[in-house]
Design a protein around this ligand. Structure first.
Ligand SMILES: C[S@@+](CC[C@H](N)C(=O)[O-])C[C@H]1O[C@@H](n2cnc3c(N)ncnc32)[C@H](O)[C@@H]1O
Length: 237
C-alpha cells in the first residue's frame, strides 16, 4: 500500500537528538551536503538571493541562515558573494552546539559568525539582518509553531525571508528511497530524510502560512528537486 501523505507527520529526526555523538552528526551532515550537491539543493536559494541583492544594489549586506547546520550553505554563499563583489556579514544560527562546532571548524571565511540560538525565540535587535534564509529547517517545526517561528524571521529581516524546504508528496518520498539506497551512507540520514519528507509541505499549506502575514508579500515557487522556495517580503509603507 502506498504511503498516505495527506497530512504533515512528525516523527522525531535523529539529528535533533542532543545526545547524538559529534562523529554521527558529522557523517549525517556530510550526507545531507552530498544530497544537496547532487540534487541542486542550494542553487535556487543562492541564485534568488544574489539577484535580489544585485538588483537593489545593497552593500554591506547581513544574511542570517536560520538552522545553518554545519554552515555549508553559508560557505557556498560566501564564495558567490565575493565573486559578485558584494560585501556581506553572514550569521549562522542553530540550536545544536555540536553542529556549530563543526561549522566553525570548516569555515575559514572571516565574514561568517556562528551563534547558538533557538529559532523559537526572538532574534536580538543587534543581529538586524537584511535577509533571513532557511534551508531544510522549517519542516522541523510542528504546525502550531510554524507561524511564530516565521514571524521571528519576518520581524528581524528588513528585506526578505527566504525559505527553501521540502515538498511532501509520494513521488518525492519514493524517489528519495531509491536515491538514498544508492548515494547515502548513514542510516540516520536515510531515516531523517524520509521523516523530513513526511513533515514537509504542500503548496496550499505554505500559501496558508504566508497569508497569516498581512504585512508581507509572498512569492512561492516549486523547484527541482521537490522543494518550495517561499519568499516573504515585508511591505514597506
Ligand atoms: C536538516 S538540518 C539543515 C541544515 C542546513 N540548513 C542545511 O541545509 O544543510 C536542520 C537544522 O535545523 C536545526 N534546528 C532544528 N530546530 C531548531 C531550533 N528550534 N532552533 C535552531 N535550529 C534548529 C537543526 O539543528 C539542524 O541543524
Amino acid at each position: 500500500m502506498l504511503i498516505d501523505l495527506e497530512k504533515r507527520q512528525h516523527g522525531p529526526e535523529e539529528m535533533d537528538n542532543p545526545d547524538l555523538a559529534e562523529a554521527d552528526i558529522k557523517a549525517v551532515l556530510e550526507d545531507i551536503n552530498k544530497v544537496n550537491r547532487l540534487l541542486n539543493g542550494h542553487a535556487p536559494l543562492v541564485k534568488w538571493l544574489i539577484r535580489d541583492i544585485t538588483e537593489k544594489n545593497l552593500q554591506n549586506v547581513t544574511i542570517l541562515d536560520a538552522g545553518c547546520g554545519d554552515g555549508e550553505l553559508l560557505r557556498i554563499l560566501s564564495r558567490r558573494l565575493v565573486a559578485a563583489g558584494i560585501r556581506a556579514r553572514l550569521l549562522g544560527v542553530d540550536l545544536n552546539a555540536k553542529s556549530l562546532k563543526l561549522a566553525r571548524h570548516r569555515s575559514k571565511e572571516s565574514q561568517i559568525t556562528y551563534i547558538e540560538h533557538d529559532l523559537n525565540h526572538e532574534f536580538p535587535d543587534t543581529w538586524s539582518p537584511h535577509y533571513v534564509i532557511s534551508n531544510l529547517t522549517l519542516h522541523h517545526f510542528k504546525d502550531n509553531d510554524l507561524e511564530s517561528v516565521t514571524a521571528n524571521f519576518l520581524r528581524s529581516a528588513s528585506e526578505a525571508v527566504v525559505i527553501f524546504d521540502l515538498h511532501r508528496c509520494r513521488r518525492s518520498y519514493y524517489l528519495f528511497k531509491i536515491f538514498s539506497a544508492i548515494f547515502i551512507k548513514t542510516k540516520i540520514a536515510v531515516h531523517d530524510g524520509l521523516v523530513s519528507i513526511r513533515s514537509g509541505f504542500n503548496k496550499p499549506e505554505l500559501r496558508k502560512l504566508s497569508e497569516r502575514f498581512t504585512q508581507a508579500d509572498c512569492e512561492l515557487r516549486w523547484k527541482w528537486a521537490f522543494r518550495f522556495l517561499m519568499v516573504l517580503r515585508p511591505t514597506k509603507n
